[in-house]
Write a protein that binds this ligand. Sequence first.
Ligand SMILES: Nc1ncnc2c1ncn2[C@@H]1O[C@H](COP(=O)(O)OP(=O)(O)OP(=O)(O)O)[C@@H](O)[C@H]1O
Ligand SMILES: [Mg+2]
Length: 759
Amino acid sequence: MPEQQYEVREVGEKRVLVVKASPPTVGPSIANYPETMRVVVKALMHNRVDAIVLSDVYERYYDGKQVKLLQEVALAAKKFKDAGLWSFSVVENMGKECAKVFKKEGTDLVKILHDLWLSDPVAAYVQTLGLIKRVAAKAEAAPQYKECATKLLKILKTVKAVMESTALIAKAKSYILRVGKIPKDRSLYSLLFQPQLKPSFVESRVLLAAEEDLEILDQYSVLDAEVFIYKHPDQVEPLYYLVPPEFSLPEQQYVVMEKTKELVSQYSPKSAILMHGSPGREQFLEIYEDTIRDVAKNLNVKLSSKDVRFLANILARHTVGYGLLELLLMDKRITDIYVDAPLGSKPVYLVHSEYGQCQSNVVLSADDALSLVSKFRAMSGRPFDESHPVLDYDLPDVSARVAVIGPPLSPDGIAFAFRLHKPTPWTLPQFIDNNMISPLGAGLLSFFIDSQATMLVAGSRGAGKTSLMTSLILEIPQNQRILTQEDTLEIPVEEISHLGFHIQRLKTKSPIAGGASGELPPEDALRTALRLGDSAIVIGEVRSKEAKVLYEAMRVGAAGSVVMGTIHGDSAYSVWDRVVNDLGVPTTSFKATDLVVVNAPIRFAGSLRRHRRTVAITEIRKHWNHDPVEEGGFLDLMRYAAKDDKLQLLEDNIKESDLFSKVMELRGLSYEQIWEEINARAFTKKYLVDLKRKHNVPELLEGTYTVPAHNKFLLLKEKSIEEHGSPDYDSVLDEWKTWVEEVLLKRVLARREAHGKHT
Ligand SMILES: Nc1ncnc2c1ncn2[C@@H]1O[C@H](COP(=O)(O)OP(=O)(O)OP(=O)(O)O)[C@@H](O)[C@H]1O
Ligand SMILES: [Mg+2]
C-alpha cells in the first residue's frame, strides 16, 4: 500500500479533504480518473468534509453539491461493507450447492461493491442490474435453486435500492434516459464534477470546465485573458467566463512563478494597490522581471523576454494589484461588480453593459477579499468598523468607486461592490441611440439648460441619474463657468474640460462614510461655491444639509444660472417629499426647482433585462403654497408610455406651463419660436444618431464629436439671427447638415483610418 494519499484540513470554517494527485493512476480529476474517485470515496467513508481539493501543479477544488454526491456514494459503500457484502462469505453462507451454482455471480457482486462502486458507481449500478437479470434467469432455468436464488435476489434488490437512493445514480438514470444510451466512457462524470481551478500562487479560484448545452453569446479579450459570455439553458442570467492565463501556464513556468511569488511577496505593499498601467506598478514590474529571470536561470528554465514580461504581469496582478478582480475592472463593458457576503463562498456577480446581470466563474477567496477591504480602508484613510459599516471610496488609477458594507448593516459579513465609470461622459445622442430618451425629450432638456432652468434628476439607485446629468452638462453653453460638487467623484470632469468646458470640481466630505481630513462638509462647500460667482452649479448628489443652502441660493437668485443635481426618488412627488420632509427645506422654497427629470429601470414584458428610461419630465409650477399635489403644483411635460417604449409630449399640459411663459418673457421668444428651437435641437441630435447607425461609427456619438456639432449649431443660429433678426432654422439646419457630413463625419472616418480600426 502506498502511504496515505490524503489528509483532512481545517481551512477557515471548512473541512477540506486534500488528495495529492500522483499520476498516471491518481490523476488530477475526479471525473477522468477512476483511481482518484476511489481514493476520494474511500476517504469520505471515514470523514465528512465540505470541500475536496486535488492538489497537483494546480489545485482543483470541488465543493457544495459535488461533494454531497460523493459523500452519498461513500455512505452507500459503508452500508455495503457493514452488511458484509465486501466479503465472499455472502454466497458461501448459502450452503454448498448454492454457492457452487452462484459462484460467478457472488464473485461479481463483491467486485462490483468493493471495487467498481467506488471508482465508477454508474457502471456498478448498470452491472448490478445485469446481475439481477442473470440470477433471475438461472433460478427460472433450475427451480431446485429457487430458495437460495430468492435470497440472493433479495440482497441484490436491496443493493439496487441503496444505489438508487443516491443522487448520483438518480442523475445518471435521467441522463441515460435523455441520451438513450449508457455512456461507454467517463463523460457523464465530467458533467457532474467540474472543479474550480487555482494555481497555488493564486488564492482565488475560477471555474473552467465548459458545460454542455451552453450557447456562446460573445467572446473577447481583456489584457491577457479571454472572456466568454454563455447562455445557460436553465438559468436566466448569462454566464461570464473569465479565462486568465495564470490558470493554464506550462508546468515549468508555473514552478518559476511559485518560487518568484514566494520571494517577492514579503516586499509587496501591504496597504496599497497599484493598478495595471500605473507608474508605481511599472516599478514593481521591473523588479519582478529581474527576479523571474534569476529564478528561471537557477531552475534551468528557458524564457524569452516576452515570457518574462508576461509572467511579471501576472505576478504583479496577484501581489500589488487587484488579483483576478483586476481583469474584471479592466473590462470596459462591465458596469458593476458584486462580491457578496459571506466572502469566499459565492461567485462574483456583475452587470454587463450588453448582457445585463451575469454570474461569473470567479470565486474570490475570503483571504483575498479581506485583504482588498483592508487595503481600501488604509488607502481611503476612512473608518470602517461596526459604527461605520459603510465605506465609499474612489479607487485611484481605476475609474471606479467601491462601496464596502459590513456588520451590523450586512449581517452575513463584509461585502463589496464596484461601480465602474464610463471613461467618457455620456451624451444625449448616446441616450437617444440606446433608447433611454426620445429626441424630443433631449431637445427639450437641452433647451431648458440653455434657458438656465434649475433641475433635479431623480431615479432609483443605478437608474442613470449621474449619467444623464453628465450628458446635460455638455448642453451648457461653453462660455459659462461650471462648478461641480461631489463627495464621490463620478462626473468625468477632466474629460469634460478637455472638450472645451470651463469646469471646476469641489470634493466634499461624504455624509455617510465620513471623510478624509481637510474635506469640507457639502453645505460649507456649496456656500463657498456660491461665493465664487456666476457659475452653473452641479451637485453630484443632493442628500443632506447642502439641500437647504442650495434652495436658499436658488430662491434668492444667488445662483442666477443653471443649477442641477441628482436626487433619490421615483417621481416629482417623492423628490418634493424628500427635499421637504427629509432634508428640511421649506415647502415653498421647493418651488425654486423648475424641472424634475425622472429615470427608471424598465422591465419589458417577457424579458428579464432592465432597460434604463427617462420616464417623466415634470415642471414644478409656482402658484401653490402648501401641498403641490392638491394644488396642482406638478405638471408633467413629457411622460413615458410603455406601450410605445417612448417618452411622449403632453401637449395639453404644455399649454398650462408657467416655465414656457417665463422663458417666453425672459428671452423675448414666441411660443412657436420656442418649439422651433426645441425641435431643431432634437433634429440635430437625432441626425447624429442616424449617421452613426448608417456608417456604423459609435464614436460619432462621443463628446469629442457631439460637442463640436452642438457648438456649430449654436454658431450657425447666431449667424442667422445677425442676418435675419431671428433664426431661419431651415437654412441653419441645412448648413449644419452639410458641415456634419463634410467635416465632422470625415474627421471620424479619417481618425479610424489612422488607427487602423475595423468594424
Ligand atoms: N441609458 C443607459 N444605458 C446603459 N447604461 C447606462 C445608461 N445610463 C446609465 N448607464 C450606466 O449605468 C450605471 C449607473 O449609472 P449612474 O451612475 O448614472 O446611475 P445613478 O442613478 O446615478 O446611480 P446612483 O443611485 O448609484 O447614484 C453606470 O455604469 C452607467 O454608465
Ligand atoms: Mg449617481
